[in-house]
Design a protein around this ligand. Structure first.
Ligand SMILES: Cc1ncc(COP(=O)(O)O)c(C=O)c1O
Length: 395
């Protein structure tokens, strides 16, 4: 099992199941909670910790959910989503991802998180391994551990690195582009390498494309176009594209039998995603492209701003991420001897009220993840405070 910073601490006398003891509280939520507490105590805090758009959900989507609620759409639906939503999801995968899709190959879930959880549990037996491209979103590691599977993080997706991670127990590879935490995207060549590797070893590919509409350079490429599509599960959802994190609507696309098995699991775990949220999701999927483009353009401007502010104020080179709404800041030249990124992030929050998430939570030690899903004023203010903090420690 991977050593976890900040494992769930539970009194030993409670004797919870080992897989639960291995769970870590979400570091992003923990940082957000700490920042909120400081604000409540009257401190001024700029948060670069959030993993969600700061925009409101488009009014058309809210109106449709309200209409559904008022019309009495408050009962159970089929666990994998209403027929109308599954049709809209299939059309989305055809239109935006270039995949073959029918309503039977797709399902709605309670957020992309549940789609991932379903996929891991349906595809992997206990003790089987999933290669995870690192740095990575920590939920993959926790969900795999809870499923009884073993995450095998690898750095790089060249053939040699991938081959070095394979064992007789390897069953899947987890891909995430655009990536949380780096904002990096995989180009056609890298995806083709991953696809060939997966096909060579008969692996399942789980492709988390939740940030697919937040790509600023080049077009988003779906992994399923580069591997045997019958062995690929593509995951996305409404959360990031339509500023709908709280609605909990995710999507999965894959071979009909796998999707059916994921639906059976969901039957026994949560049943359907909230009925009137499904109605809102249909409206979201029908929004004019322009709406999404406007949000993406705002994020692109903020990305350019935060990268240039970091470069100017800290005097270091910061590579410009191509997608999502995160930028990684390397701390090598800022850490004191023996200091970790977790200690640095804590000190930064305490001293100048800037909340970030330590890179080590994403298997990217000695760095910080900064989310720019916040206003331009906050970006300028927060990076200014960060520079002040770094300079103060040099004196
Ligand atoms: C890479 C990645 N995948 C999935 C999710 C979860 O999405 P949802 O809110 O739809 O569960 C997140 C949320 O932060 C994420 O960063």
């Amino acid at each position: 099992m991977i050593a976890h910073a900040g494992m769930l601490v539970v009194s030993m006398t409670l004797k919870l199941a080992a897989r639960t003891r291995a769970l870590r509280p979400s570091p992003t939520l923990a940082m957000g909670a700490k920042a909120r507490k400081m604000r409540e105590a009257g401190r001024s805090v700029v948060s670069f910790a959030a993993g969600e758009p700061d925009f409101g959900t488009p009014p058309e989507v809210c109106d449709e959910a309200i209409r559904a609620l008022r019309a009495g759409e408050t009962k159970y639906t089929p666990s994998s989503g209403t027929a109308q939503l599954r049709k809209a999801i299939a059309e989305k995968f055809i239109r935006e991802n270039g995949l073959d899709a029918t309503p039977e190959d797709v399902m709605a879930t309670c957020g992309a998180k549940q789609a991932l959880y379903n996929a891991f549990n349906v595809l992997l037996d206990p003790g089987e391994e999933a290669i995870v491209l690192a740095p990575c979103w920590p939920t993959y590691l926790d969900q795999l551990v809870v499923s009884g599977a073993v995450p095998v993080p690898v750095r790089g997706c060249d053939a040699e690195t991938l081959e070095g991670a394979v064992s007789p127990r390897t069953r899947a590879i987890v891909v995430n582009s655009p990536c949380n935490p780096t904002g990096g995207t995989l180009d056609a060549e890298s995806l083709a390498e991953i696809g060939r590797f997966a096909d060579r070893h008969g692996l399942w590919v789980v492709s988390d494309e939740i940030y697919e509409r937040l790509q600023y350079e080049g077009e988003h490429l779906s992994t399923a176009k580069f591997c045997e599509p019958q062995r690929c599960i593509t995951i996305s959802g409404c959360s990031k594209t339509y500023a709908m994190t709280g609605w909990r609507i995710g999507f999965a696309h894959g071979p009909t039998e796998v999707v059916r098995a994921m639906g059976c699991l969901q039957d026994q775990v949560t049943s359907n995603p909230t009925t009137f949220a499904q109605a809102g999701a249909i409206a979201a999927l029908q929004l004019p492209n322009q709406k999404v483009e406007e949000m993406r353009e705002t994020f692109r401007r903020r990305r350019d701003l935060i990268v240039s502010e970091l470069q100017v104020r800290l005097g270091i080179a910061v590579p410009s991420p191509k997608g999502a709404f995160y930028v990684m800041l390397g701390l090598a030249q800022f850490l004191r001897p023996e200091e970790t990124d977790v200690e640095f992030a804590d000190a930064l929050l305490e001293a100048v009220g800037v909340a970030t998430v330590p890179g080590s939570f994403f298997l990217a030690e000695d760095s910080l993840r900064l989310s720019y899903a916040t206003s331009e004023e906050d970006i300028i203010d927060g990076v200014g405070r960060l520079a002040e903090f770094v300079q103060g420690r040099r004196q």
